[in-house]
Design a protein around this ligand. Structure first.
Ligand code: NAD
Length: 259
């Protein structure tokens, strides 16, 4: 308990799935968490859940693709808390699988906009706030994917966005280190984790029993991951336990990329 006690954290995509698990984990470990998402109803439900468990959380309506939304959210954090320590860029989307010659420019732009532009905007505004006034131990954690490390057919825009998140994180990590800013930046690469996003992808296989078997077999460990498997990794990167860790990539995938 208390591994991120006293820290102010913002998690995007916090209304469900991995973002929800990460936000709840950080709150359980003592952080005050700003839950940012497009889904206000679900986000406020998570806020109530965290509060009922004795944690501190507030909801902020945020579209990660809007720079204006980011500026407003950061101004709120500055006004309300005066400090900012942890950003987790977790909001992400995928679209249905398509062959490259059938992939539309609008699908490409939608995925790049949320997954890559959103990560860029959040990181940009977080670095500005974290380096303002008294320096803090800042940690920015960008949720990429194993699909940002290895290829997978039919998801070109998603892979491109997640590969971009990986190298963008490394570039910002070096920029901040060279300026002695004490802001660490790392990417996390989940494998196949049981969430709504994954369930949607599994629907491309008609028979649900067969889909379950195929997806489980993707991992050498023989099963899907749970959201908390990712949240524990994020907690480490968010805490001062990882003070020498920057510009790296944490893969949590049940061995998927080890083969
Ligand atoms: P999810 O679909 O369950 O949840 C995504 C959340 O992001 C939702 O609450 C949604 O409202 C929010 N969101 C979407 N667009 C937004 C926007 N423009 N602004 C603000 N919020 C927005 O997805 P998930 O499975 O929890 O995935 C979370 C992250 O983890 C994504 O970046 C995803 O690419 C990544 N990831 C997931 C898996 C997996 O297997 N589930 C694997 C690798 C990486």
């Amino acid at each position: 308990m208390g591994r991120v006690a006293g820290k102010i954290a913002l998690v995007t995509g916090a209304a469900r799935g991995l973002g929800e698990a990460i936000a709840c984990m950080l709150a359980r470990e003592g952080a005050t968490v700003v839950l940012a998402d497009l889904d206000e109803k679900a986000g406020k439900r998570i806020q109530r859940k965290i509060k009922a468990e004795g944690g501190n959380a507030t909801f902020s309506l945020l579209d990660v693709t809007s720079e204006e939304n980011w500026a407003r959210c950061m101004a709120m954090i500055n006004r309300r808390f005066g400090e900012f320590h942890i950003l987790v860029n977790c909001a992400g989307i995928n679209v249905g699988r398509s062959f490259p010659s059938d992939t539309t420019l609008s699908d490409w732009r939608r995925v790049i906009s949320v997954n890559l532009d959103g990560t860029f905007l959040g990181t940009k505004h977080a670095v500005a706030l974290m380096s303002k006034g008294t320096p803090v131990n800042g940690s920015i954690i960008n949720i990429s994917s194993v699909m940002g490390l290895v290829g997978f057919a039919g998801i070109g825009p998603y892979s491109a966005s997640k590969g971009g998140v990986r190298l963008y994180s490394k570039s910002v990590a070096i920029s901040c280190a060279e300026k002695m800013l004490n802001i660490r930046v790392n990417s996390v690469h989940p494998g196949f984790i049981e969430t709504q996003l994954l369930r949607q992808g599994m629907k491309s296989i008609e028979d649900p029993v067969e889909a379950e078997r195929i997806y489980n077999a993707l991992q050498p460990v023989g099963h899907l991951g749970e959201p908390d498997d990712i949240a524990y990794g994020v907690l480490y990167l968010a805490s001062d336990e990882s003070k020498f860790v920057t510009g790296t990539e944490l893969i949590i995938d049940g061995g998927y990329t080890a083969r």
